[in-house]
Design a protein around this ligand. Structure first.
Ligand code: GUN
Length: 293
């Protein structure tokens, strides 16, 4: 078993991004600029957004955070997005999910200009992704592709099983792994809450990508020897043993599954850090007008 080390790989990418951000500064006369909007006080979202902002500073980007209480109306939020869309000093705009029940994530995603949609959630970017055209890729799937590339993991012709079909991870991941690209060219199976006998599929997986949000969902009896496992789980539990008061668990029973795997991502220290890289690379690409010249 070998670890797909998100900490090591993400640090390497961050150094490269910092160099390119400095170059971009000379070309466009300002730092790449990411704006994030956070509504409410969801504990996970607070942590993730803080980390995104901190990472921007570390690579020499400008970052701005707009915070709103849960009572903000959908119309107010959409108006703020429109303002940012036309602000020529902003390269990327993300609205952290989940949103309160009275605000439609779909409406928000469609309101963000596809040219600033560094989360890659806008239908234009999703459509272009599916067609293998230049687009902003959703940050987590993008980070996973970078990780697979970095470790030279062969994907062509492999059976990739994706567990979970969320808009953020499972669905775009399944499209990317099936694309005629590298990484890609897999035969892809998507399993979800209505799949009977998920084990039947996971047992046949050469590459298993799990994004279902359930601690220890994948157990040792569900995988074959030599599998490559990407664990996207971010399950937070309160803990008295950590400084933050939380401990993070993946969707995979790491202790028992890892001995059977050829490659596996740890949690924490795996995919989460690569998600940030996906976001930073999209923001840099936007500042340099690489996707939409
Ligand atoms: N919530 C969980 N993952 C993400 C992400 O990649 N982007 C946004 N905006 N919200 C999220």
């Amino acid at each position: 078993m070998q670890l797909l080390d998100g900490k090591f790989v993400s640090e390497k990418f961050k150094q490269q991004i910092a160099v390119e951000a400095a170059e971009a500064f000379h070309e466009i006369g300002r730092k790449p600029h990411l704006v994030a909007i956070l509504v409410g006080h969801d504990g996970g979202s607070e942590t993730y957004v803080a980390s995104k902002m901190k990472n921007c500073e570390e690579v020499g980007f400008k970052s701005t955070l707009y915070r709103y209480e849960t009572i903000i109306t959908e119309a107010e939020l959409l108006k703020k997005i429109e303002e940012i869309n036309v602000d020529t000093t902003v390269d990327g705009l993300i609205v952290q999910l989940p949103l309160p029940g009275h605000i439609s994530a779909d409406k928000v995603s469609e309101k963000i200009s596809h040219e600033k949609d560094v989360d890659g959630f806008h239908p234009v970017n999703l459509g272009r992704m599916q067609r293998n055209l230049p687009s902003f890729l959703p940050a987590t799937p993008y980070g996973i592709l970078l990780m697979l590339s970095e470790y030279g993991i062969e994907t062509a012709g492999k059976h990739c099983v994706v567990v979970g079909r969320s808009n953020i991870v499972g669905s775009p991941m399944s499209i990317l792994m099936a694309r005629n690209a590298n990484p890609g060219n897999c035969t892809v199976t998507v399993c979800h809450s209505r799949t009977p006998d998920i084990k039947k599929f996971t047992l046949d997986a050469d590459i298993l990508i799990v994004a279902i949000g359930k601690k220890n969902f994948i157990t040792a009896d569900m995988v074959k020897d030599g599998v490559v496992i990407i664990d996207v789980g971010m399950n937070r539990e309160t803990s008295t043993k950590t400084k933050s008061g939380y401990k993070l668990y993946g969707d995979v029973d790491f202790e028992n599954v890892a001995p059977k795997a050829l490659w596996i991502t740890p949690v924490p220290g795996g995919v989460g850090l690569m998600t940030i890289i996906g976001l930073l690379k999209n923001t840099l690409g936007s500042a340099k007008k690489e996707i939409y010249p």
